[in-house]
Ligand binder design. Sequence first.
Ligand SMILES: [Mg+2]
Length: 263
Amino acid sequence: MQHLFEDWPHLSQVFKTAGQILLLADFDGTLAPIVARPELAEMSGRMKLFLPHLAKNSHFTVGILSGRSLSNLKRKVDVKGLIYAGNHGLEIETPNETYIHPKAIEASKLIRKVKRELITNLSPFEGVFVEDKGLTLSVHYRLAVSEDSIKIKRIFSDTVRSYIEKGLLKQTEGKKVLELRPPIDWNKGSAVLWLIEVLNLKNSLPIYMGDDKTDEDVFKVLGTGGVSVFIGEASASSRAVYYLRDVSEVEKFFEKMEGLFDK
Ligand SMILES: [Mg+2]
């Protein structure tokens, strides 16, 4: 894994030669710093400036893929002309159409039921927060005392086990978050492939930036056909080829990208 700016002389030529760039990023931990309460996450003033600039630049198609619900993500980012994918790509909005995975709508009824069970079973723990994201559900335990983590994970697993075993729901895990999803083989990677197809972007060079496990699905589908950027310190467990240390380096990257096609 190489720091992206170290390879800038080469990469900038690759970007210029490509001409058309599909610039995709995760939100939390990539465009906005991670905070203890997800509802308080905010992009910096600089980031809020760069995104609309890039979106208006004819060389770029810009999209954000998040574990947040589509409505929550759109409210947070609030920039016109972007592609938004919520719930890890289960719901996607492009400037021209909205897509919701049909099986996800089915499973969402069961998720409401499990939500009530989880709220009851996890009520003894301080700092645990069950977030209803419509098509999926997240249990956040970043604010819980660390000694409780194992117990919280076990209660979560015990509560959802029968549904998982019957193939009615799927369980995933992120940074201090446990998630319930519809039992569909659909992730951020599938969403990116769907976007490339539907928006006819096969001639664009895809770039994807993300900091978490669910972002690895995109790094995997891009392979050598795109530029994958892990956000964080260089990590052997990521498939990404490049890394940027934090959100402020992502801002610098956007500034450099804008500069490339400015003239
Ligand atoms: Mg993230």
